[in-house]
Design a protein around this ligand. Sequence first.
Ligand code: ADP
Length: 204
Amino acid sequence: MKATNIQWHAGLLKRGSRWKRLGRKGCTIWLTGLPASGKSTIAAALEFALVMRGIHAYRLDGDNVRHGLNSNLGFSRRDRAENIRRIGEVAKLFADSGCITITAFISPYIADRENIRRIHKETDLAFLEVFVDCPIRECMRRDPKGQYRKARAGEIKGFTGVDDPYEAPMLPELVIKTAETDVGECVQACLDLLASRKLIAIAE
Ligand code: ADP
């Protein structure tokens, strides 16, 4: 914290009144997994499924956020942590506003994800960690952006899964195995999770 002479300014609405009036509940559904495991694909399909049901949902996607908010960050350990910290803070604000916030980031380190879980917990917001689980061999076979090929050829350094670590979640709220389950079933599993936490109604 660099600025000291600052104070939180509360609005006229408490979260409960806002959500009640809007008829919605916000949360963060955090997809983590290796590159090409399927995070962006599932996030987009889940966002679509929710919005088509009239539910306020919004997706924050790794590459998109690096074009704007985080365009000054690279892939060093420090920059990766800052990338995830900022996304976590933005997701928390979106969730507070009543939005189902879907994030699709490799977010390879447990400590960084646990920090995001903590800041949600501190303000009583649901944080649902979804492990998008796919064997590295299958991720390399898919390689939709050709990045594994480049990383293995040494053209990209510090690539998660090749020469940078990925720490799988130990107690995620949901594990989806994308090598064995099609996109529709993966999305349904996320919808079921949201319904089981009463964040959406089952009939929606
Ligand atoms: P990530 O965001 O994790 O880097 P992408 O979603 O960009 O991964 O790419 C995943 C690739 O795997 C896509 O080409 C997608 O079509 C394919 N794929 C195959 N099965 C699935 C599945 N069940 N869920 C998500 N993606 C899948």
